[in-house]
Unconditional design. Structure first.
Lengths: 664, 130
């Protein structure tokens, strides 16, 4: 028989305002196993905790029930109190009489009745509690960062600075991500490359960082502290360690008409290419779909001109297996496809472009060498129309757009408009907006400067239709403030396309068993208080994979994720959660239902020898739970048809005892 | 808001199946409307006026008969508000109240003009009769 102490908290007037705490303490005195019961103003205070500790000693308590706020608030506090008094921390139960009782009841009598019932349930459970001891697992002191954009770069640099080895896996031939494609950055208008490329060089030179470029994560197994990851390093047909990045091969390659991804297809590259001048690693890559030598065995020019002898047409994909303690997801974003927005004539006219294409058109390393020329005839555009919210805030058309606000478009459009007016004052610039959303340090000032100093014409309304006619784009739009329909003959139309998570995110989330929202953004463990952690232990979130973000916000989050990783890697051992599932092998019939529902891959099957009732031996297939991987969600316990699975700390018998106590 | 208007507003919202509160006031309906210049009240105003119960001016406006029912506003509205359905609902309630069709087949030849989109003529019967 347990010796249980009951401690009822007033929480000032939070609980005592609608619950008669004395009555609750009195009523619970008569419950089976209860030997002591009291109430106090603030149980979580030092004085309150001392009451608990003293009672444990004086009354030889073996179990504790605290009637207070949600266990999310103070369960950990009271478990520590119990441990300090020499009790097993899992002999503590919380009856939530605040969030689930006093805050939702207005009447003292009903509130008190319910509080007593909740207390009785907790007492019934403690009667069946057993001491639990958490297991320990070691920590591999190496981190994996998936994605080499500014988010991944910043996270990797911060982790490496703390002295831990980091690997970056990047799908493209170079790190740098979207930021490398940008021209200027708001709100200070410093050049993106000037601030990004030094960081890329830092990554390349950091002894703690390895870059797997042109690579992808193929498989992730394991759990916090012990991830086993398989990385596929795709064949680039160039020996990375020998190539000097001189570019002689690129110059001589005869395949000249391959759309250049880095400039979003607005110019061409060769079959062997280095994405841009400051690429890291500065190594050539052969595009196997374009190279004549790889396709037909004819050519071989690059290998002839390469003085270093780095070309290797026989190179194969390489599979790398590595262990990691923590995984950081930094897979970033892409603008959505404009194919379904026929009204803006994106597919009909080369002069209707997206904002990212506009970045390349104004970038000195872009297809027009930084001169703003429209793609169709390379003429200078005199009238430019910017359209905001293309595909963003689009609740009606899930197949076309996104319901959320993409957050960065208001600022980069203000930047584009301002830069055009600054460089080409003879250009008329219109921006059509629904709302201008510019919260952020110096952001609204920036937008107002575009209007007041640079004379950008901001019009409240949306563009309804763009029709190519001759060498003009007829723009039909509404001006809601003037209550007019406008018709503008534009030379260039720039669409602020919504952004969406990179397509690789979903399969990655499946591998990591990390949760995502309906838009495929990774979900954080808590939207306010744990914003850089995935609910899956050991998985951290950096940058736009978690939600639309600008550069300053991405870098802050990247560093925050790094600090969480460092906190994890600093530990030699991790204490697990003892409230995990375990199978009663005698009842398990090996049906695999539990393994199929387990979201963490914690359940495996084993053939075990059992002594049968007739004293013969038989091999039976039974479930085994990996205690380090199990998160204690309980899915297997309800799925198990033979009732063999049970969750420690939440056994079926304990739950039934609680229900019985409530129904009595 | 007048009490009678509340009832009328509710009726129009129910008949049209449109929830004007979904409107985020972007104006794409009016930007896309081919009959904009002919209308005294533009599609985005229709939505706003129904939302605020300002129905009478709409019922008395010739804008009702200028809508082509081309449904461009429905197609392009990013929030799925469907302004053309509101126009249709208001028009129907006018026709019901006056107890007779807005036009008959005999009225059509006089109204034909070269500039008139064919679609308008075809949809006229459907729209202007009960």
């Amino acid at each position: 028989m347990q010796r249980i102490g009951v401690f009822v908290c007033w929480c000032g007037s939070n609980i005592a305002g609608t619950v008669d705490v004395h009555a609750v303490a009195e009523a619970l005195k008569n419950e089976p196993g209860v030997v002591f019961s009291t109430d106090y103003q603030y149980m979580c205070s030092q004085a309150g905790q001392d009451i608990i500790k003293n009672a444990v000693k004086e009354h030889n308590l073996t179990g504790i029930v605290v009637c207070s706020c949600s266990p999310r608030m103070h369960e950990a506090t009271f478990r520590k109190t119990a441990a300090a008094a020499g009790l097993n921390p899992y002999m503590v139960e919380i009856a939530n009489i605040r969030e689930q009782c006093s805050w939702v009841h207005k009447n003292m009598q009903t509130g008190t009745e319910k509080a007593i019932i909740l207390g009785k349930a907790a007492v019934a459970k403690v009667n069946l509690n057993t001491p639990l001891t958490p297991g320990e697992s070691p920590v591999t002191k190496r981190a994996l960062v998936i994605g080499g954009g500014i988010a991944g770069i910043q996270t990797a640099l911060d982790i490496a600075d703390a002295g831990f080895p980091v690997d970056i896996v990047e799908a493209k031939p170079t790190i740098g991500g979207k930021m490398a494609q940008l021209d200027k950055t708001f709100p200070t208008l410093d050049c993106a490359a000037c601030i990004l490329t030094p960081k890329m060089v830092d990554v390349a030179q950091n002894e703690n960082i390895r870059i797997f470029s042109y690579s992808e994560v193929q498989e992730i197994k394991g759990f916090v502290g012990n991830f086993d990851v398989t990385i596929k390093k795709k064949a680039r047909f160039v020996k990375e360690e020998i190539c000097t990045g001189c570019g002689a091969c690129v110059e001589k390659c005869p395949m000249k008409k391959i759309p250049n991804e880095f400039n979003l297809g607005m110019d061409n590259r060769r079959a062997i290419y280095i994405p841009f001048a400051q690429a890291v690693p500065k190594v050539a890559t052969i595009d196997p779909n374009a190279c004549n030598m790889l396709k037909n065995g004819k050519c071989g020019v690059c290998s002839k001109v390469c003085t270093a002898g780095a070309i290797d047409y026989t190179q194969k994909d390489e599979i790398i297996s590595e262990k990691y303690g923590a995984v950081v997801v930094a897979t970033g974003f892409n603008p959505i496809s404009m194919d379904k927005f026929d009204e803006f004539a994106y597919n009909q006219s080369k002069d209707v472009i997206t904002s990212l294409e506009f970045e390349r058109l104004t970038n000195a390393a872009g297809p027009t060498a930084g001169k703003l020329l429209r793609p169709s005839d390379l003429e200078h555009p005199h009238t430019i129309v910017f359209v905001q919210c293309v595909g963003s805030r689009c609740a009606a058309c899930a197949e076309k757009g996104k319901e959320y606000c993409s957050k960065i478009c208001c600022m980069y459009t203000a930047k584009h408009a301002m830069l055009v007016r600054d460089k080409y004052p003879d250009t008329e610039v219109y921006v059509f907006y629904i709302d201008v959303r510019t919260p952020g340090k110096n952001f609204d000032e920036f937008y107002r400067r575009a209007v007041e100093e640079y004379g950008v014409k901001y019009i409240k309304g949306m563009v309804g239709k763009v029709t190519p006619e001759g060498n003009k784009l007829k723009v039909q739009a509404s001006d809601l403030i003037a209550n007019k329909q406008l018709h503008i003959d534009a030379d260039l139309v720039v669409l602020a396309a919504a952004i969406e998570p990179d397509k690789s995110a979903r399969s990655l989330a499946t591998m990591l068993t990390a949760s995502m929202d309906t838009n495929d953004f990774f979900t954080e463990a808590h939207p306010k208080l744990r914003p850089v952690e995935s609910p899956t232990a050991g998985v951290f979130l950096s940058g736009a994979c978690q939600g639309p973000k600008d550069i300053p916000e991405t870098v802050s989050q990247a560093s925050a994720a790094a600090s969480k990783v460092i906190g994890l890697l600093c530990k030699d051992k991790l204490t697990g959660n003892p409230c995990i599932a375990s199978a009663n092998e005698l009842m398990c019939n090996g049906c695999s239902t539990c393994a199929n529902v387990c979201p963490y891959g914690a359940i495996t099957y084993e053939d075990k020898e059992f002594m049968m009732p007739d004293r013969t031996k038989a091999l039976r297939r039974v479930a085994q739970v990996n205690p380090a991987v199990c998160q204690g969600c309980g899915a297997c316990t309800v799925a198990c048809m033979s009732g063999a699975m049970d969750l420690r700390g939440f056994m079926g018998s304990q739950i039934i005892a609680e229900v019985d106590a409530i129904c009595k | 808001m007048h009490k009678d208007n509340t009832k009328l507003t509710e009726e129009i919202i129910r008949a049209s199946g449109v929830n004007p509160k979904k409107c985020m006031k972007c104006g794409k309906c009016s930007a896309t409307c081919p009959a904009y210049d002919e209308m005294e009240y533009h599609p985005h105003q229709f939505v706003y006026m129904v939302e605020s119960g300002d129905i009478e001016p709409l019922m008395n406006s010739k804008s009702l008969y200028m809508c082509l029912s081309c449904f461009a506003c429905i197609d392009r509205c990013p929030r799925g508000v469907e302004p053309a359905k509101l126009v249709e609902a208001v028009r129907l309630s006018v026709i019901r109240q006056q107890g007779k069709n807005h036009m008959t087949a005999d009225d059509v030849p006089a109204k034909l003009s070269e500039d008139l989109p064919q679609q308008a003529i075809v949809s006229a019967f459907r729209k202007y009769t009960k």
